[in-house]
Design a protein around this ligand. Structure first.
Ligand code: ADP
Ligand code: MG
Length: 354
């Protein structure tokens, strides 16, 4: 069912934004640290038009769900909270007429490739076009993050929205999440990216994430800094009680790995940094699960793979690997066959298998 069939009218405008995969710098953004994501080929498109009554109407093709709601709230649940949140962020500045919003996406939902940020950024881009808003891409990312925090109730950092709003395919976006200073960098020479979904849904991700955030805040307080980003020597963490010691050690070493990678390292060294990141996420940050460990180890021990790690918040979801150029599809298919023989339902996400 297209826009016309759902709403009985034609859309006025449409906008698209990509998902993202993070190569290095996991769980560092809410510690004001460094991240290194890139855009993925999958994207979300939002079509917008003016509604003929006084309500907003949202439809998601993926969920086949239509929601109608009053413009003044209350905030709806589920996917509508993201769209409504974006509209409300704009309404704080100027009146927004009742809208029809049609969402369609190829970004896997809930795999750690940031379908939520793609939805928000596409919605803001659509609102910018429809209402002629004076917003640049950084402002869109900031508003999108606030929409997710205030309306979807997810205490996210800024990485996902900055990546969806500013990252390009095939290039790395090095971002300082405190200052929002950024730099576009090439992938290591002769490499490409492989992303595989473990097939294990993220469980306890929200509670685990909030707990890690609180632990990091406690660690920063005890170290006398405003955020763990201000600590660069992993030795500093040794004075902390467990589990704060391990949590802080992950964040400090992860920031250091990003900073080393962006100084321009070989594909092999970049891969080693990704492997070290996974070990740190597994052992110190404790956000991996056995399916992710299995998949990552299979990738790490396959030839033409420089390195691999879980990507996104963890607790399930996807893995990313850096692979010799031209080999990602073959490596992905071979590893998936072995992985799925163990009873998993993994699937190839990037490159897209046609
Ligand atoms: P992700 O890692 O994919 O961002 P999140 O849990 O942060 O996972 O966001 C997923 C949520 O975003 C979904 O549960 C849904 O509410 C919303 N969402 C994302 N993409 C879509 C879509 N195409 N249609 C409807 N809702 C979507
Ligand atoms: Mg998300």
């Amino acid at each position: 069912m297209d826009f016309q069939q759902i709403f009985g009218a034609e859309p006025t405008t449409q906008a698209t934004a990509p998902g993202r995969v993070n190569l290095l710098g996991e769980h560092t953004d809410y510690n004001e640290g460094f991240v290194l994501p890139t855009a993925i080929p999958q994207s979300t498109t939002v079509q917008l038009g003016f509604s003929s009554d006084d309500q907003h109407h949202f439809y998601s093709q993926e969920l086949d769900e239509k929601v109608s709601l009053a413009r003044t709230g209350p905030t709806p649940q589920g996917f509508a909270s993201y769209v409504f949140g974006c509209i409300q962020m704009v309404s704080a500045e100027q009146p927004v007429p009742p809208l029809n919003v049609y969402v369609t996406s190829s970004v896997p939902i809930g795999s750690g490739l940031s379908s939520s940020a793609a939805l928000e950024v596409a919605t803001f881009r659509g609102l910018r076009a429809l209402l002629e808003l004076k917003l640049d891409d950084v402002q869109i990312a900031q508003l999108a993050q606030q929409a997710e925090i205030q309306y979807a109730g997810v205490e996210c950092g800024i990485m996902d929205q900055m990546a969806s709003s500013l990252a390009d395919l095939g290039q790395l976006l090095f971002l300082d999440t405190r200052t929002l200073e950024r730099q576009v960098l090439p992938l290591p020479p002769e490499t490409e990216i492989l992303v595989i979904d473990s097939g294990v849904p993220r469980k306890l991700a929200a509670s685990g994430y909030n707990q890690r955030r609180a632990e990091c805040e406690a660690a920063a307080r005890q170290l006398g800094v405003s955020a763990l980003r201000d600590v660069s020597d992993p030795q500093a963490a040794e004075s902390l009680p467990e589990p704060l010691r391990r949590r802080a050690r992950h964040v400090i070493t992860e920031d250091n790995r990003v900073l080393e990678a962006v100084r321009g390292v070989s594909a092999q060294r970049f891969g080693e940094l990704m492997n070290a990141s996974h070990a740190s996420l597994r052992d110190d940050y404790e956000v991996s699960v056995s399916a992710l460990d299995t998949l990552v180890e299979m990738l790490q021990t396959t030839s033409d793979v420089f390195g691999a790690r879980l990507t996104g918040a963890g607790f399930g979801g996807a893995c990313v690997a850096l692979v010799r150029a031209g080999q990602a599809l073959a490596v992905g298919q071979a590893v998936l066959e072995r992985y799925n023989r163990q009873g998993y339902a993994g699937r190839l996400l990037v490159p897209e298998a046609h």
